[in-house]
Design a protein around this ligand. Sequence first.
Ligand code: NAD
Length: 261
Amino acid sequence: MTLKGKVALVTGSTSGIGTAIASALAAQGADIALNGFGDAAAIEAMRAGIEARHGVRAAYCAADMSRPAEIDAMVARAIEALGRVDILVNNAGIQHVSPVDNFPSDKWEMVIAVNLSACFYATRAVLPGMRARDWGRIVNIASVHGLVASVDKSAYVAAKHGLVGLTKTVALETARTGITCNAVCPGWVLTPLVEKQIAARAERDGVARDEAQVRLLSEKMPSADPVAPEALGALVAYLCSPAADQVRGTAIPVDGGWTAQ
Ligand code: NAD
């Protein structure tokens, strides 16, 4: 229970990787501020479930992460409900797949807003409290696409490369403090974000979902084996632990060998 007494705000934690990260931090004793879209009853069940399973406090802090004013309000609400924000996990993210030639402007703006600008606004909002306590953890869930590119993902690749850059800058600006900032760069993880791409591949190739998954994953990921969300939760818990006090400004691939090629 290395995080007892700490408060963690995990954006986009109503689904996929964010849910696993919130659980992993709660398992270490952190109080949890949830954020993300979804059915109100399902979110309340998730919030109550975290409290019941882990004996921590949990609050839901609504915000559309594409809207800066709502991000500031989300951080204020987390502080009001749980007293502080010691750990910020910038995880909310979206994807849109299209060649640059006809990439819709509104999709470009939205992918950059949620996957990159939101991380800046949330970081700026939590830093004063972290500096006052001289302790903090900022973990940015980037992607292998923060390190290398793929076709048809211009906005996502630009946002995630930008997020890796933001991570390094924040790490340098906080280097003499107890605050660290790092990025995690997963390969394929089977979440709703990826299921859409598997479905598109199944339709394109005229094959069943499972065959489409094998084809999609083996194209880029040597292991052809998806990353478990729980493995990412465990890595974030490590980055929040005292063992990671001097892990600063890194971008850690968890990618089945994708970026080793
Ligand atoms: P997901 O679709 O399962 O979950 C995304 C979460 O973000 C949801 O809780 C959703 O409600 C929230 N969200 C989306 N737009 C939002 C907005 N405007 N405001 C507030 N919340 C919003 O996706 P996931 O696969 O769990 O992705 C989580 C993160 O991991 C993303 O940043 C994604 O880019 C990154 N990632 C995913 C993979 C993968 O293979 N799934 C790989 C690398 C990186």
